[in-house]
Design a protein. Structure first.
Length: 378
């Protein structure tokens, strides 16, 4: 066995010994409290029919794009959709990337230069961490949602500085104090970048996001809006100024050196945005969130801290404890998954519960009842 193969086997064995070995699974239990399909768009027959009609009406029949957007893969339809998305979010322009990961890595890796500073919340998406790592800028983290710690880092920032947060955090479901962070950025002449992946469809009028709900759309430097969560599609867009869009076209490697998304993907995103305006989905999902929170408060579960987002967590420290808790709920038909270290810090292992418009009140009540039993079984 060569040394590379031995290295691989040793790393996998170590991960398995820690109870943290990841495996793919194609099985799905009957009652979904796991997926990011918060509004049910990914499973929506109405959306599929709307997409089919959009493709037919616009004679969009290609199976693939045929190349990168700087070569043969761009279309007028894609650019029109970008500006449609930007207008929806009250932004000047937008640029579509093939995934949220591509958007985050592409944006951060090309922006900050040697002598600049990137300051990220310690709990931001891995893609934002990876984007920052690809720069030669000074990199700092601040304690989660800690304004005092952020200000300390800002006082020491050099060059062009960028503060990066999520609006709704993917593992805890809590929200960032965006207004206060933005005020600090303005005070210290820093550029504020907000990842809205888990806020789109949930917060703001017609699900436009937390930035717009707070009226910050003209004050932040850039936003990343993701299509693979509440919109039920795939891809993402960076929203910002015309100069930022042109800069990304020229310098964001994850945009330049990849085959463009097929036009079917672009049409899907456009139709999903149109669907957001057709029904008051934010009210529907908020009713589910409140129902869950009320029931969890009644159980008095020590591990539960209900959030205002569609993401709810139950802490079960230790990979074994989290996997056992998930297995007990799965045995009852609930698709609830454990989030293990190293995805989260050791001691912060948890169940991550996602609420959806299609979860019935009775399903949520049953889940809360089973969660109460988890507490009693400890």
């Amino acid at each position: 066995m060569n040394t590379a193969e031995q290295f691989i086997k040793d790393r996998l064995e170590s991960r398995a010994n820690d109870g943290a070995l990841r495996k793919l699974s194609s099985s799905h239990l009957p009652i979904d409290f796991c997926s990011n399909d918060y509004l049910g768009f990914a499973r929506s027959i109405a959306l599929k029919e709307q997409i089919d009609q959009e493709l037919k009406e616009n004679d969009l029949h290609q199976n693939g794009s045929g190349g990168s957007r700087l070569l043969s893969g761009n279309t007028a339809y894609t650019e029109e959709t970008e500006f449609f998305i930007a207008a929806f979010h009250q932004a000047q322009t937008g640029l579509i990337f093939n995934s949220g990961y591509d958007a985050n890595v592409g944006l951060l890796s090309c922006l900050a230069q040697r002598g600049d500073t990137i300051i990220t919340d310690e709990l931001v998406h891995a893609s934002l961490v990876d984007g920052a790592r690809l720069t030669h800028a000074g990199r700092y983290t601040f304690r989660h949602n800690d304004l005092n710690d952020l200000e300390t880092k800002l006082k020491n920032a050099k060059g062009n500085s960028y503060v990066v947060t999520e609006s709704v955090y993917s593992m805890d479901g809590d929200i960032a104090p965006l207004t206060e962070i933005n005020a600090l950025c303005e005070q210290y002449n820093a550029n504020f970048i907000v990842d809205e992946a888990h806020a789109i469809g949930i917060f703001g009028q017609q699900g436009k996001g937390l930035v717009q709900q707070l009226g910050l759309q003209d004050r932040v430097f850039a936003r990343i809006v993701t299509f693979g969560k509440a919109l039920g599609c795939h891809g993402a867009a960076v929203l910002g100024s015309p100069a930022l869009r042109q800069y990304l076209i020229n310098f964001a490697r994850s945009f330049i050196y990849t085959t463009a998304a097929p036009v079917h993907t672009i049409a899907s995103v456009k139709c999903a945005y149109q669907m957001l305006t057709a029904t008051d989905f934010t009210t529907l999902i908020r009713k589910k969130i409140k129902h869950y929170a009320d029931l969890l408060n009644d159980t008095g579960h020590d591990h539960a801290t209900p959030t205002p987002s569609a993401i709810q967590t139950l802490l079960f420290p230790g990979n074994a404890a989290a996997k056992l808790a998930a297995a007990l709920l799965q045995d009852k038909g609930f698709d609830v998954r454990a989030i293990l270290s190293p995805t989260v810090k050791s001691g912060q292992e948890r169940l991550r519960i996602c609420l959806h418009t299609y979860n019935t009140d009775e399903e949520i009540r049953q889940l809360a009842s089973e969660i109460s039993q988890l507490k009693n079984n400890e």
